[in-house]
Design a protein around this ligand. Sequence first.
Ligand SMILES: *Cc1c(COP(=O)(O)O)cnc(C)c1O
Length: 462
Amino acid sequence: MRYISTRGTAPALNFEETMLAGLARDGGLYVPEEIPTLSHDQIAAMAGQPYEEVAFTVMRPFIGDTFTDAEFRELIAAAYDSFGHDARAPLVQLGPNHFLLELFHGPTLAFKDFAKQLIGQMFQKALGRKGDRVTIVGATSGDTGSAAIEAFRGLDNVDVFILYPHGRVSEVQRRQMTTPIESNIHALALDGDFDDCQARLKDMFNDFEFRDRVKLAGVNSINWGRVLAQVVYYFSSAVSLGSPAREVSFTVPTGNFGDIFAGYIAKRMGLPIRDLVVATNQNDILDRCLRGQGYHKGRVHPSISPSMDIQVSSNFERALFDAYGRDGKAVAQLMGELAKGGFEVSQGAMQALQEHYKSGRASEAETSATITRALKHTGELLCPHSAIGVKVADEQREEAIPMITLATAHPAKFPDAVEAATGIRPDLPPRMADLFDRDERLTRVPNDLEALKVHILEGLSA
Ligand SMILES: *Cc1c(COP(=O)(O)O)cnc(C)c1O
């Protein structure tokens, strides 16, 4: 299995190289040269299997000879061992033919644990046998960072620096990043918004001298290994509702387009997915784009669903690459236009996008109202991100097709928004109940590449 860049000029890599590289050297994102398919029988055989078995079957065709079968099974087992639910990704029913896929039973209570825990295991294995070390720098709107920290804390061959927008993550999110005591973990509070964090991260990757000097690796949602791990729960949930004999649809609270793109990969692999619905908050640049209004950056408007507060949706580049017939030159040109403010999508590419993705949005008031309503009608407490999914799913679902809405975070990660909508302050699960009593450790950093490089070099030598 070879991986190629969405901008067409970086060299093709194998799975291990793709995972360790993160971003391609031409600024693009890696995608599989060909998407493997699973037969009807292979998918049917997943029924009743543990999550880890489904994970092995779904991901095995993508990893080539990076790991043996036995090694890969061990890595998967270790990755999900720390989850607080034996089903890993359980389904709960919300209403007639509407289901909630709970992806928040991992160590940081958000779906990013599915990918991060596995990537942590895979990095450790691949680096350990080479006797190599890397520096992981990630930009987070809240959840990616804590998930990366949980995945790598205390590992010998990895230093982790996480950039988050100062004052713009929830207290639970911040504390999950600032309270780990391991010396290989560094939380950097950047004076700017999430897009600034992402931009400085990209700058670092494009500074080849620095990149090579610290052996920079990325585990943000652009890392192919991360997208891959997220393909699994589309299969596990669909099969438990009767796939492949039955079609299902998914609604996905979306920011960087990583999670929904994993759904698209599942569909291309042969899972009978009818609709993939992108749900956005008031930062609805993706919804507008998918409705044919072009992709034009504005300001980020902070919301009660901060993990979806974006203007630049990194993984959307992967969707554009396929929509433009895998023309790396065309994608490179669009990304050049985006750097100056935005771009229009060609008519052919628009048709291709709309063939695979539907979309909708929820305002702040609609998000709150959905949290209130879900509690009243189902007894479930939803986090604001999941509530956006539920609101959009209710608008778009067809009666005869089961709709699965992804619940991307635990309500206790966003207690203020949940309390405002319901009067109930959700409790943290017992395993993290002392989070508010732990000491915090963080460094404030300016929104400036050179200053950041200095902080990272100092952190490494500390
Ligand atoms: C990251 C995140 C999202 C958005 O996922 P993408 O893969 O970036 O589209 C949605 N909800 C929560 C809680 C998240 O942490």
